[in-house]
Structures are given as structure tokens and as C-alpha cells.
Design a binder for this molecule. Structure first.
Ligand code: ATP
Length: 279
């Protein structure tokens, strides 16, 4: 068990302090799982669970360890047991499909706010789905977000499972090797960071953002203002087609990246199937 005060994430500890109205209700906690996103996807789709509270909007499933944690494009998310916040939330927005990008935006902004209020470190966003910290003059990835959604026959978001992998108390030598060097809040802040207040702040902020978005308020401007990607030279690869190189000029309201190539043509890049390599 963790020696850090307020680090426990078990059901009794979290439920006792949860201030949200619907997000994290119900809240489930497990020591070990393959992937919180995959399990929640099963729960969301299983008709036998129709009367189960796990089908309800707002269910959160958190694990101390994921043996098959995923990022986008079936990439792996790796973190040692007990060192991070690894959880997924089940949402049923009923929004038009393209508005699904708002969920990633809201989650990114909630992670940034939680890091800033609990760990006292300024955080930024990297298009499309990462949260980064400035450490020794370089951007390092502290959190990855993953959205798995299903559409109903009318093209609306029937379910959206939002996965969060945030590096909290992981010593530098236990961070994985990755193209964008990872960092943990512990390494950035120089002290361990209690995970429970971080989770509670994150859920609180995410619920507020979701409710505002559900009432029609776009999170785009706030999200866009936090992006480190704008103004950078980028290289975008999408499947087998030739990589696009250019200047990231901005994003549109649906989270697509606007890239100007050397010939002056603007390209609109959706997040789903591309890899961004900063040059
Ligand atoms: P990129 O990190 O290049 O922006 P991506 O946004 O497609 O790629 P994600 O889907 O967020 O990546 O996450 C998967 C990738 O994150 C892995 O391929 C690996 O490079 C990196 N990664 C895996 N585990 C961690 C971790 N604990 N901390 C930071 N990065 C990680």
C-alpha cells in the first residue's frame, strides 16, 4: 500500500470525498486489469447488463495496473503498478459524431486544471490527445488520452469511453522509453503527488466541462489556446500515404489540425488515423 498520504484510490476512500453529481457514480476500483477502456466497452455493449449500474452514464473504472493499456492506433500505454492514474469513464452524449472531439478537449483541459491545482505545475496540450509539461526546456508527455466511441444509426454518439493515463508517482528510471520522452508529476515537481485529490479535481472539472458542452458551450477556444503544436513545423503521417510536411497554423472547432505545406496549400488533418512528428 502507498505510503503517500491521500494516495489511496479504493472505492470507500474515493466515494467518501467525491463531489461530482454524476461522473464517477458508480466508481469501480481494481488492482489489475487488461485495459480499462476495453472492459468498459464490454460493459457498455452487453445487453445482459442492461439493468446494471455500470451501463449508466458516468461510470468510472480505475485500475492500479493495466497489462494491456492502449493508446491511439493500438499503441501500448505502459506504467508500473500504483504509479499513475489509469481510468476510463463511460459517457453517453448523444451528440453529433464530430462533436466527439470535444470530449478529448474537455478531458485534456480537466487534466491540465488538476495538474495545475494539485501539483502546482503549468501544463499544456499537444495535438491531438496528449498533456505535456515543460521540463528542463523540453516538452515531455505526462498524460495520454484515448476516446473509443460508438454511433447510433442516426450518427450520434451512443457511447464514448474516455481513457486517461496520467503519470503521477513514477521515478525517472521506471518511465517507459517513447518518441516523446515521458515524465511523471513526481519527477516534474520533485516530490510525490497524492493521487486522490488529483483524481477528484480531474473528475470535478471534467463533469463541469461536460455539462457546459452538453448545454452547447464549446471547449475549443480554451483547448486551442493551450496547444503547443500551433506555429510548429510538423510532419503528419497517415497510413500508407506520403507524409505531409508543413506549418501547423491552427485547429478548427472540431479539433482538426490545419497544416500549410511548402506550396502554400492548406490541409485539414483529422486526429483519428495520423501520427504527428514535430520536426
Ligand atoms: P505521440 O506520443 O507520439 O503523440 P500518440 O498520441 O499517438 O503518440 P498515445 O495514443 O497518446 O500516443 O499513447 C501511446 C504512446 O505513448 C506509445 O506509443 C508510447 O510512445 C507513449 N507512451 C506509452 N506509455 C507512456 C507513458 N507512461 N508516459 C508517456 N508516454 C507513454
Amino acid at each position: 500500500m502507498s505510503q503517500i498520504p491521500d494516495d489511496q484510490l479504493d472505492e470507500a476512500s474515493v466515494r467518501a470525498e467525491l463531489a461530482t453529481t454524476w461522473l464517477g457514480r458508480p466508481y469501480h476500483y481494481v488492482a489489475d486489469i487488461d485495459s480499462t477502456n476495453d472492459r468498459l466497452k464490454e460493459w457498455a455493449a452487453d445487453p445482459a447488463r442492461a439493468a446494471d449500474p455500470a451501463r449508466a452514464t458516468g461510470t468510472v473504472l480505475l485500475a492500479e495496473f493495466q497489462s494491456a493499456g492502449r493508446g491511439r492506433l493500438d499503441r501500448r500505454w505502459e506504467a508500473p503498478p500504483g504509479g499513475g492514474l489509469l481510468f476510463s469513464a463511460l459517457l453517453r452524449p448523444g451528440w453529433p459524431a464530430r462533436q466527439g472531439a470535444w470530449l478529448t478537449m474537455l478531458a485534456g483541459l480537466a487534466v491540465v486544471a488538476a495538474i495545475e491545482s494539485v501539483a502546482g505545475r503549468p501544463a499544456r496540450l499537444k495535438w491531438p490527445n496528449d498533456v505535456v509539461l515543460d521540463h528542463d526546456g523540453a516538452w515531455r508527455k505526462v498524460c495520454g488520452l484515448l476516446l473509443d466511441s460508438t454511433l447510433d444509426p442516426a450518427g450520434r454518439l451512443e457511447s464514448a469511453i474516455l481513457g486517461v493515463g496520467l503519470n503521477v508517482n513514477i521515478p525517472a528510471e521506471q518511465l517507459p522509453v517513447a518518441p516523446m520522452p515521458p515524465i511523471s508529476l513526481q519527477v516534474a515537481a520533485g516530490r510525490p503527488i497524492a493521487r486522490r485529490p488529483l483524481l477528484l479535481a480531474l473528475l470535478d472539472r471534467l463533469e463541469q466541462g461536460y455539462d457546459a458542452a452538453d448545454a452547447g458551450q464549446s471547449p475549443w477556444a480554451e483547448w486551442n489556446a493551450r496547444l503547443i503544436t500551433i506555429g510548429q513545423a510538423v510532419r503528419v503521417s497517415a497510413g500508407s500515404s506520403a507524409a505531409l510536411e508543413g506549418l501547423a497554423e491552427g485547429t478548427d472547432e472540431w479539433g482538426q489540425l490545419l497544416v500549410r505545406d511548402a506550396a502554400g496549400r492548406q490541409h485539414v488533418v483529422a486526429a483519428g488515423d495520423v501520427t504527428l512528428r514535430d520536426r
